[in-house]
Design a protein around this ligand. Structure first.
Ligand code: PGA
Length: 267
């Protein structure tokens, strides 16, 4: 991710139900982004695995200016791991698939994702040359105890999730090469703000972004996004801060009109 750009990541989660609807969302996004590359904003759509291949082809034909990502990845590239999809498979789809979300709170909550598995997945995805969007964020019970508790919670997550990663991100890992140092992106997603309509106060989100940057300073300039009930009417309130390097959008990314408005409000 180029340093001077802000990122808008659309996380479709387990949506939509049919490939026809996925096509419609694609069209809305293509219409919103247009054929001109934007200097200031980069847009990424993360559909379910099953739509990635087809949408990647469509993207090539449409020459629209956004890229694609997956919502998860397994840490092994190939083998007897029923149901899993590896980084090499994602890379094999083509150069449009550049990103992967890892450690989303819904996976941690419903699918047994732990800091240990998140850590393994990050290592595998970075080694394959994918841009990793690592999600961290505190639950409501922790937030109720105050900001210091929330920070401590996130600090712990970062420590465990990023364990053993420093040489890769500094770019001095021979196998991975220097260009890997910009591949890690962190999304601050307070769990109480996800899908609730209660987006975090932009000033608070900015403060947490700064905190996360400090906690990850050994990796030098990790971009930090905010996620949690971002809509077309609030997106600019986050992106107006240079410390917030973008947003991760769930619910609003499934409504064509909202996508167009959101992209237009920031381009
Ligand atoms: P939301 O989801 O925008 O629906 O709150 C954000 C996310 O889970 O990434």
């Amino acid at each position: 991710m180029p340093k001077d750009k802000q990122l808008i990541v659309f996380n479709w989660k387990e949506n939509p139900a049919t490939s026809r609807e996925a096509d419609r969302l694609f069209e809305a996004l293509a219409k919103a982004t247009g054929n001109k590359a934007r200097k200031n904003i980069e847009i990424v759509a993360c559909p379910p695995f099953i739509y990635l291949q087809e949408l990647s082809k469509k993207l090539m034909i449409a020459r629209a200016h956004f890229s694609l990502g997956a919502q998860d990845v397994f840490w092994e590239d190939i083998g007897a791991y029923t149901g899993e999809v590896g980084s090499a498979m994602l890379r094999g789809i083509g150069k449009n698939v550049q990103y992967v979300i890892i450690g989303h709170s819904e996976r941690r909550r419903f699918l047994g994702e732990t800091d240990v598995t998140v850590n393994k997945k990050i290592k595998a995805a970075l080694s394959a040359g994918l841009h990793v969007i690592l999600c961290v964020g505190e639950p409501k019970e922790v937030r109720k105890q105050g900001i210091a508790a929330a920070r401590q919670y996130i600090k712990n997550q970062l420590k465990k999730d990023l364990q053993g990663l420093d040489s890769r991100l500094r770019g001095n890992d021979k196998k991975n090469g220097d260009n890997k140092k910009e591949s890690l992106i962190i999304a601050y997603e307070p769990i109480w703000a996800i899908g609730t309509g209660k987006n975090a106060d932009p000033d608070d989100a900015r403060d947490m972004t700064i905190f996360i940057k400090k906690e990850t300073r050994q990796f030098s300039d990790v971009p930090v996004l905010y996620g949690g009930s971002v809509s077309s009417s609030t997106v600019a309130d986050y992106l107006c801060y240079t410390e917030i390097n973008g947003v991760l959008v769930g619910g609003a990314s499934l409504r064509g009109e909202e996508i167009v408005k959101m992209v237009r409000n920031v381009l």
